[in-house]
Design a protein around this ligand. Structure first.
Ligand code: DC
Length: 223
């Protein structure tokens, strides 16, 4: 595997980025990071410490002092993210309260700078598959392969609902549609690094594809 292999996978909420990125990293035997989990970890820490999510300086301090990522493909998430000494689980990162505030946390320019700095440090260590919203545009602008993964709102609602059901949470399709559309709006309209397709990204619509099929398609591209 070339030491400088970088694969950037961006796309809207519930488009299948994390599943695809993780599978792809496993297939290639390289490191995987879902940057959404880093923003979620900071939102989680802010809620736990009663830090005001509008207080940019306090959030940057919290991130620098209390959030840490470590790379370990065997971990539950495919890597580890810690708040102080506690490793955060998928369920903790995915709670509705975290989801409700994470877009606010992610909109602060200095929070994004701190995140991008850490993500670049991780990527400098070796081949990586990174998923997020601004990977191909900001974090890894020179990535070897950039994918913009989309799916219809209906397909994304179906997937998110199935995921939540597995975690024992029942949310109506109507509520999820509203939540996904609102997150799209916030992610696409924020001033700093809004969700945008990099001009050199390959667009894959995963509405009718399995994660395996998407991974096959990406593997075909990188040869
Ligand atoms: O992919 P996700 O739903 O776990 O992302 C959580 C939030 O973090 C989402 O509102 C967008 C934001 N995010 C971001 O702004 N930039 C990234 N690289 C990754 C996520």
């Amino acid at each position: 595997m070339p030491a400088d292999l970088q694969i950037a996978i961006d796309g809207p909420a519930a488009s299948g980025k994390t599943t695809v990125a993780r599978l792809l990293a496993q297939r290639l035997g390289v490191v995987y990071v879902d940057t959404g989990a880093m923003y979620r970890a900071l939102a989680y820490a802010a809620l736990q410490t009663q830090t005001d999510v509008d207080n940019e300086n306090a959030l940057v301090r919290l991130f620098d002092q209390q959030i840490r990522v470590s790379l370990d493909g065997g971990a539950q998430l495919g890597f580890r993210v810690f708040w102080k000494e506690t490793e955060l689980t998928q369920d903790e990162l995915d709670t509705p309260v975290v989801t409700a505030v994470v877009s606010i946390v992610a909109a602060h320019p200095r929070v994004r700078e701190a995140m991008v700095r850490e993500q670049c440090r991780i990527a400098a260590e070796g081949p990586v598959v990174m998923a997020g919203r601004d990977i191909g545009t900001v974090v890894l602008p020179n990535a070897s392969c950039k994918i913009f993964l989309t799916a219809s709102v209906a397909a994304r609602v179906r997937r998110r609902r199935a995921q939540l059901e597995m975690a024992g949470v029942d949310v109506s399709a109507h509520e999820l549609t509203q939540e996904i559309e609102e997150r799209d709006r916030l992610d696409e309209t924020r001033k700093n690094s809004p969700l945008r397709q990099a001009p050199d990204a390959h667009v894959i619509d995963s509405s009718t594809l399995t994660a395996e099929q998407v991974v096959d398609e990406i593997c075909g591209m990188i040869g």
